[in-house]
Write a protein that binds this ligand. Structure first.
Ligand code: OGA
Ligand code: ZN
Length: 372
């Protein structure tokens, strides 16, 4: 059996011998002509408005492994590799090596079972880097061990992934109890489970917290998987879930130099309706400015989510030691810490962020190198 072509009413129908078939609208075929992409950069160079929306080919034929389509206005025919066009048939999403299936976790995971990776293995590149990147994306949380006792050691790992995300707290930030703090993290207070910088237009993706010292009494770390909380809320109270996925909360951070505000829903869904992001920070929520008639339902949903983040069913606790670095998806996994007593010892974390897009890009490039 050979590959066949039929001029259908919605476009060219291609049927492959293995039973796969695809409908290729003519405007799509014209727009996707490989010669319409820049030979060096790979960017689309074809001017879409130069052809009519109802363009139709004069002729289409298969020759060997290629499909040739002749157009009324073009100098030569478009040439498509049949295997390539099959992989890209309309409705088929492009394969993505960065699409790691998440493992949703609850308190049963336990602090001791958070995946741990050795920093020297990650820093040595493939395959340690790729394995760690995938694991961190899968669980939203890993711990790197054996980091050098320098403030650059964490950044060195972060830079293996991509560009650091600079914020109003700097390219990196020092988490320690400081005089005149502009952020609760810079006190010795407990921090309830939260995501960072919810007041930003794009809250940072992955967060790196390298522990340089944790000698004070207290100061344990806490985490929960925000996707687990949100998915359980959907089961338990779909009205509350829908409110948190649709009503935007005003968030604000301001100090002497800045006044950074943005509105975000607590829960963000992807195109398939799965929870893709959590934005939750009680300390950065600004004055709630909803319409009076929306308030009670909103507060009911928001408090329910807040209570769930504090439910023992979700949280895990661990104590970071000097030389360890926790790395987590700040837009999925909530983090917090227990209060500490600075008079009993020094506690110092060094932090930075790398956005999700950088993470995914590195995963794709590493997969390219390993033929994935
Ligand atoms: C932070 C933070 C946690 C800690 O800096 O945003 O949450 O363990 N720190 O100090
Ligand atoms: Zn934080």
């Amino acid at each position: 059996m050979s590959t066949t072509l039929i001029a259908g009413s919605d476009g060219l129908v291609i049927a492959w011998p293995d039973g796969t078939s695809g409908t290729f609208p003519y405007i799509w075929l014209r727009d996707t002509d490989p010669s319409g992409f820049h030979p060096d950069t790979g960017e689309r160079a074809f001017e879409l408005t130069s052809v009519p929306l109802d363009i139709a080919p004069c002729h289409a034929q298969i020759d060997g492994d290629d499909l040739f389509v002749t157009w009324p206005e073009a100098d030569g025919p478009s040439r498509f590799d049949l295997a390539w066009i099959k992989a890209h048939r309309p409705g088929q999403k492009r394969a993505d090596p960065a699409a790691v299936e998440p493992v949703i976790w609850r308190s049963e995971l336990g602090g001791d079972s958070v995946p741990r990776h050795r920093a020297d293995v990650v820093l040595s590149g493939d395959p340690g880097l790729q394995t760690w990147l995938e694991d961190t994306k899968r669980y939203g949380l890993t711990i790197l061990t054996g980091l050098a006792d320098t403030s650059e050691a964490g950044m060195e790992v972060a830079r293996k992934v991509g560009h650091l995300r600079e914020t109003n707290f700097g390219l990196t930030f020092e988490v320690m109890s400081k005089p005149n703090p502009n952020n609760l993290a810079y006190t010795a207070d407990a921090l309830p489970l939260h995501t960072d910088l919810t007041n930003q237009e794009l809250p940072p993706g992955y967060q790196f917290l390298h522990c340089l010292a944790n000698e004070a009494k207290g100061g344990g770390s806490t985490f929960c998987d925000g996707v687990a909380v949100a998915e359980d809320l959907r089961e338990r109270d779909v009205d509350a879930f829908n409110i948190l996925a649709s009503v935007t909360v005003p968030f604000r951070f301001h100090d002497e130099d800045t006044d950074i505000r943005f509105r975000k829903t607590v829960i963000t869904l992807d195109d398939d309706g799965s929870v893709s992001e959590i934005c939750f920070n009680a300390h950065l929520a600004d004055i709630v400015d909803l319409e009076p008639e929306e308030m009670t339902a909103f507060y009911r949903a928001y408090r329910l989510f807040m209570e769930m983040t504090r439910d023992a069913a979700y949280g895990i606790a661990l104590r970071l030691c000097g030389g360890e670095m926790v790395v987590f998806d700040n837009r999925r996994v909530l983090h917090g810490r227990q209060a500490f007593d600075p008079s009993t010892g020094f506690r110092h974390l060094h932090g930075c962020y790398v956005d999700r897009g950088e993470w995914d890009s590195r995963l794709r490039v590493l997969a390219r190198d390993t033929g994935g």
